[in-house]
Design a protein around this ligand. Structure first.
Ligand code: SF4
Length: 215
């Protein structure tokens, strides 16, 4: 598997990232699609650990879409206050739960277009849900993933949807979820936006941006 921009072996990149990051499950605690949808929605602009602190109580009080659709907004805001953007997140969660009940029979839909019709769920979140619930292929683009792919020369695009399309065209479907996760981990562990750890990076002998550190 080669890609044309730099002639670096994409297989080699995938192999090394897989070796570096063997554990690729999402860290968001959940036991069903509804819980993952809620956790992913809450995870915007905060850490998975922070989300995991509030979700057990949230799921205890509102265990399914019907319950969350009828949640008291003030009560929910107070519970998720520590996560930031708590008013918007509360609004989105209740509206998404209502939509699940009214449009999707109380179930989280699989179709990406249906998922992104839920308030608070964008393409990245939709692909996370599809990947972890149904093992459906997709490229999960966030700021870390996009930066790593650009530095490795896999894409020049900045627009997340364009990154998603271009990387999806390069990576076979059965490897897309894994690559999404490992490249994301790599962006957090080594290839940070500022001062990437190129010296310690397992891709440093094949990366066209070694030592440069510009996104
Ligand atoms: S060598 Fe540096 S720029 Fe390239 S992937 Fe590794 S950390 Fe990122």
């Amino acid at each position: 598997m080669e890609y044309s921009k730099t002639n670096i072996s994409l297989s080699e990149i995938i192999k090394r990232l897989n070796a570096e990051y063997p554990d690729r499950e999402t860290l968001l605690i959940h036991t069903d699609p509804f819980q993952l949808m809620v956790a992913v929605s809450l995870s915007a602009q905060t850490t998975d650990a922070g989300v995991n602190k509030v979700t057990p109580e949230l799921f205890r009080r509102w265990p399914d879409p019907a319950a969350l659709a009828g949640a008291d907004a003030v009560e929910l805001e107070a519970l998720i206050h520590s996560l930031g953007f708590f008013r918007q997140k509360t609004c989105n969660l209740i509206a998404a739960a209502r939509r699940l009940v009214e449009e999707f029979g109380g179930k989280v839909p699989r179709e990406i277009n249906h998922l992104i019709s839920l308030p608070g769920i964008g393409r990245k979140s939709a692909n996370v849900i599809r990947a972890h619930v149904w093992n459906l292929p997709g490229i999960i683009v966030d700021t870390h993933f996009g930066r790593v792919c650009r530095r490795l020369g896999l894409t020049d695009a900045k627009d997340p949807e364009k990154v998603e399309r271009e990387i999806a065209a390069l990576i076979p479907e059965d490897l897309q979820i894994t690559f999404s996760m490992t490249a994301n981990f790599h962006g957090r562990r080594y290839c940070m936006s500022r001062k990437p750890n190129c010296a310690g990076c397992p891709l440093n002998d094949i990366c066209p941006k070694f030592g440069v550190g510009v996104g």
